[in-house]
Design a protein around this ligand. Structure first.
Ligand code: PMP
Length: 286
């Protein structure tokens, strides 16, 4: 059985209980981060914590008392659960007020809830999907307009994954005003020649921690990076496409709305970036 962390305590997963009045349960009033673990070490930890602090700030949410201990808690959970490859999930909610009320509770009276747990995922770096590439469909982006905040309000992304599954593919790209915003749980890229195109940062998309690392590595490898919106038609005509996220790393996309890209197999840029990202991440892991 897993050991999880809840508000200062390490507990067996079956003993960790949160109130039915917790605002994340009632109102999706919570933020989260997912940090990958490779070889027992945390990938891009500082970036995830910096984004977490920003999410909290944007929502006027207090940091829990244990905030400064987050690295130690991550490491302790990895150790206690013997995680070699996998992830650490962290969630902070605005806590449990006495009653259901739209108005935020007084932070002097209601402590945030802090939850962390691990998931083991052996061999993610050798994921066979990366050899084949994934297929996506496009769907309307019907999410709220503050996608730069990483909230636990994940119903639409979840519905998007189900639409993809029903269409017999792996994931969905979200389209707004004719342009791709991002994937349901990842950032989206297309490649033409040596040029990588991905949407610029704004409140339309989540500022991916993997995105930041991959774009930096791409520029260091003398690839061209253009940050601007692109259409599905442009993506279908591109040489390659891929997605990035903390759990998928760099994952080639080989089909968009039924149109095969290039030869229908992962392209050289996506492959190279995946290799570079995994190498560099392992070296920098803490
Ligand atoms: N966009 C969305 C909507 C996501 O949910 C995620 C995954 N958290 C990402 C992008 C990728 O972010 P990261 O690289 O930090 O995992």
């Amino acid at each position: 059985m897993r050991t999880v962390y809840l508000n200062g305590e390490y507990l067996p997963e079956t003993e960790a209980k949160v109130s039915i009045f917790d605002r994340a349960f009632l109102m999706a009033d919570g933020v989260y981060e997912v940090t990958s673990v490779l070889g027992g070490k945390l990938i891009d930890f500082d970036g995830h914590i910096a984004r977490l602090e920003r999410s909290l700030r944007e929502l006027d949410m207090e940091k829990p008392a244990a905030f400064d201990d987050l690295l130690a808690i991550h490491r302790e959970l990895v150790r206690r659960n013997g995680i070699d490859d996998g992830l650490v999930y962290l969630q902070i909610t605005r806590g449990a007020a006495a009653d259901r009320d739209f108005v935020f509770p007084d932070p002097e009276q209601v402590e945030p809830t802090l939850v962390l747990f691990t998931q083991s995922k052996p061999g993610p770096a050798d994921n066979p999907a990366a050899e084949k590439g994934i297929k996506v469909i496009s769907i309307d982006d019907l999410r709220w307009a503050r996608r730069d905040i990483k909230t636990v309000q994940l119903l639409y992304p979840s519905m998007g994954k189900m639409m993809a599954r029903r269409a017999g593919v792996d994931d969905a790209w979200l389209v707004e005003d004719g342009h791709v915003t991002e994937g349901t749980s990842n950032n989206a890229y297309i490649v033409t020649g040596n040029r990588i195109v991905t949407r610029q940062l704004s409140s339309d998309i989540l500022s991916g921690i993997t995105r930041a690392a991959v774009l930096r590595l791409a520029r260091e490898a003398q690839m061209e990076v253009e940050e601007r919106p692109f259409t599905i038609a442009e993506a279908q005509a591109a040489d390659e496409a891929f997605i990035t996220s903390a759990s998928a790393f760099v994952m080639p996309v080989v089909e968009i709305d039924g149109a095969r890209l290039g030869h229908g197999t992962p392209g050289p840029v996506a492959r190279r970036l995946r290799d570079i990202y995994l190498d560099e991440s392992r070296k920098a892991a803490i």
